[in-house]
Write a protein that binds this ligand. Structure first.
Ligand SMILES: [Zn+2]
Length: 126
């Protein structure tokens, strides 16, 4: 284990770098190679990104966030306007799907950033 491995890592900037699709270690735009496909390592600093696995956590967080945005809006619109069911569907299905698709890579990057900062590896170095 090198000295670099013992240094404390601040999880807040690492989380925001991950949110932006950037390497949590150096900030280079190298976290993803596709929509949700992780790069095995950072092309700029060589950080081993493959060792950090978010698994189902991003999906759980996205469901939690989107549910807390969409459900109050549905209730508010129903209370204020009492629209037909198709109006609810026309408004809230695209909103729900769009929010989920927009949030998923950002939340996954943020989770990877926090895992990197806290050194929660699914695979040990070496
Ligand atoms: Zn990097």
């Amino acid at each position: 284990m090198s000295n670099d491995d013992k240094q404390a890592r601040d999880w807040v900037p690492a989380m925001w770098r991950g949110w932006a699709g950037r390497c949590p270690a150096c900030g280079a735009r190298s976290l993803f190679t596709g929509y949700l496909k992780m790069a095995p390592a950072c092309t700029a600093c060589g950080a081993d990104l493959e060792a950090y696995r978010a698994d189902d956590a991003p999906a759980y967080f996205v469901i939690f966030i989107v549910g807390h945005i969409v459900v109050p809006l549905v209730l508010l619109v129903e209370k204020l306007y009492e629209p037909a069911l198709w109006v609810h569907a026309a408004l809230f299905l695209p909103l729900t799907i769009g929010l989920c698709l927009w949030l998923l890579p950002r939340v996954k990057g943020a989770v990877i950033g926090v895992l990197w900062a806290l050194r929660v590896r699914s695979r040990q170095p070496g």
